[in-house]
Ligand binder design. Sequence first.
Ligand SMILES: CC(C)(COP(=O)(O)OP(=O)(O)OC[C@H]1O[C@@H](n2cnc3c(N)ncnc32)[C@H](O)[C@@H]1OP(=O)(O)O)[C@@H](O)C(=O)NCCC(=O)NCCS
Length: 175
Amino acid sequence: MSIEIDILNGDAAWSEVEPLYQAIWPPEVVAKLPWADIVSAHADMRVLLRDDMDDVVCHVGIYRREAKWNGRKVNIGGIGGVLTREDSRRRGYATIALDAAVRTLKDEGSVDLGLLFCEPRHAPFYIARGWTPFEGDIYAEQPGGRIRFTATLPHVFDLRRKLHRGTIDLCGLPW
Ligand SMILES: CC(C)(COP(=O)(O)OP(=O)(O)OC[C@H]1O[C@@H](n2cnc3c(N)ncnc32)[C@H](O)[C@@H]1OP(=O)(O)O)[C@@H](O)C(=O)NCCC(=O)NCCS
């Protein structure tokens, strides 16, 4: 089987990705997840892996954010919505899509760090792929105002800077 990788505009690609989200995270499943009540940002770009039938089998969202670290401007490349179709797991697709997303952030040259949020059960997957648990505090916007974001665990990927602790203010919605 051959796999094709595309990196597309986030909004334009949403219609192609939506069925994968619906299949993996239907409302009744999301309702039981720790981030069920969190309002999230939309991806700016999307990595899509397609199979021979041109069906999307894996997705990673890329988020760009001018945020603050300890009160100073920091350019974050967010990663979120890491999803592989159930019948296509454990073939390395999420690893490939994650690599492509990180390469995209690196190639931009101006991104200080990658940042993703995951449930504790997925932390070993990201740590094994070069991500480091962030040991500080994260703040984010929600419709009701600014919150300390603790629903899922932050992990960082070193790009121009190594920021493993301190306070990050996302200055917007989380992802
Ligand atoms: C988490 C998730 C994205 C992983 O997707 P995936 O495409 O199966 O990921 P990979 O195949 O790259 O890696 C998964 C495991 O399979 C292993 N693997 C990769 N290729 C393999 C192969 N050819 N044969 C056997 N195992 C393989 C990897 O080593 C990895 O094991 P590890 O976790 O012990 O390191 C997927 O399970 C998923 O969509 N889950 C539901 C949504 C979700 O919770 N997403 C995470 C949000 S943070």
